[in-house]
Design a binder for this molecule. Structure first.
Ligand code: SF4
Ligand code: SF4
Length: 378
């Protein structure tokens, strides 16, 4: 597949990081329906990672795709996590475990996961760049790239030093375009300067842009009553040049059908629609919500089993909708085992893996002050 073919790929991919759940288990039956609906409409890109769902996302690839569909009918992307690399042998060990979990003989796309200043030294120290090229030469990887969560300057340095990276995966959505921490817009320009096809992640900012406060939703509904709220964010991304595909971490068949409907019948944004997005964005950014995308990278390693993204979601609901009992009930449910925000021991593990660079310890302290008041919880 040439560089041109990467640019010409179908523009929706299924991100397997927030799969539908039935209690504590992944709802496989619903995943089968989602996968089949996706393939049926001609979208073939499935994005997983070693760490998604504690490793079960890669196992789902085997169950939902590899055992049920011909290998050539879908493409799998997975990723190597810097934060799991402690010694040189770990690189090959993890890769072989990934082949075993997914049941494939090769990966269509393989990425160094979440490159940022803190993770880059591990990829360099364990020669992951050279290793990936070797895997490619040996036929275990078809295309090699990386996902990125840092500054445009660092992205420029890496793409200059590593022209062998065929594509780059960036967090892009309309709320983050000028966000000083994420710098979507500037990173996009750097990737374009290097002529790299771009995979977009977090087009809906972890679902935030599909669940807007009512006064913002109404702005979209007034202009286009029949379009879903999520479709605005997807069309924003798909209207950009140089996009390889857009990953949406869908959690239900309903979300899949909505996204498929948007992308099968894709229409670029009109000037009037672009103006409406700018107005929504201005109002959205005034609310001081926590910029968590619910990727859950921080959850498995927390020694206190604190459900960090769920707590941030409770706090964001409170910020968005004001004093209301729902976030308190929700908080009570997620902390029923005693793992309240106040139990954080400030070990800092979560902050080292958070791609959004959130000051989690400080945020949990604020959350504890609001939610752990004895008169509100229990
Ligand atoms: S700093 Fe707190 S929330 Fe983060 S991993 Fe440690 S105990 Fe868990
Ligand atoms: S706090 Fe950071 S690592 Fe944890 S779910 Fe949110 S964005 Fe992901």
């Amino acid at each position: 597949m040439s560089n041109k073919e990467l640019f010409d790929m179908p523009k929706l991919g299924f991100g397997l990081m927030r799969l539908p759940m039935k209690g504590d288990e992944i709802d496989l039956e619903q995943v089968y329906q989602m996968v089949d609906a996706c393939l049926d409409k001609g979208f073939r890109y499935f994005d997983t990672a070693y760490v998604y769902h504690g490793g079960n996302s890669e196992r789902v690839v085997k169950e939902a795709l590899v055992k049920r569909h011909p290998r050539e009918s879908f493409q799998i992307a997975t990723k190597l996590p810097a934060w799991e690399l402690k010694k040189p042998e770990d690189v090959q060990r993890i890769f072989e475990e990934q082949l075993e979990r997914t049941g494939v003989e090769y990966f269509d796309f393989y990425l160094l996961h979440s490159i940022e200043e803190g993770h880059l030294p591990s990829y360099d120290k364990f020669n992951c760049w050279e290793w990936a090229l070797r895997m490619k030469e040996q036929g275990f990887i078809r295309h090699f790239g990386f996902s990125f969560h840092d500054s445009p300057q660092l992205l420029d340095e890496i793409l200059t030093k590593h022209p062998e990276a065929e594509f780059v995966q960036l967090q892009i959505n309309y709320a983050d375009w000028d966000n000083k921490l994420v710098q979507s817009g500037k990173c996009y320009e750097v990737a374009r300067k290097h002529h790299k096809p771009i995979i977009i992640m977090e087009p809906l900012k972890g679902g935030t842009l599909a669940n807007l406060p009512p006064e913002l939703e109404v702005m979209y509904r007034n202009l286009e009553p029949n379009r879903s709220i999520a479709s605005w964010a997807l069309r924003y991304c798909a209207s950009l040049d140089g996009i390889m595909t857009i990953l949406s971490g869908m959690s239900s068949l309903e979300q899949m059908e909505d996204n498929l409907n948007t992308m099968v019948n894709f229409e670029p944004l009109s000037k009037e629609e672009q103006d409406c997005i700018i107005k929504v964005k201005e109002l959205l950014l005034k609310a001081p919500t926590i910029q968590c995308t619910s990727c859950r990278y921080c959850v498995d390693g927390c020694p206190q089993k604190i459900r960090i993204p769920d707590m941030f979601s409770a706090m964001n609901t409170l910020i968005t909708y004001g004093e209301d009992n729902r976030p308190y009930f929700y908080y009570g449910g997620i902390t029923k085992d005693g793992n309240k925000a106040s139990t954080c021991i400030q070990c800092g593990q979560c902050e080292t893996v958070c791609p959004q660079h959130l000051l989690i310890i400080e945020l949990l302290r604020d959350i504890s002050e609001v939610f752990d008041r004895p008169e509100r919880v229990g």
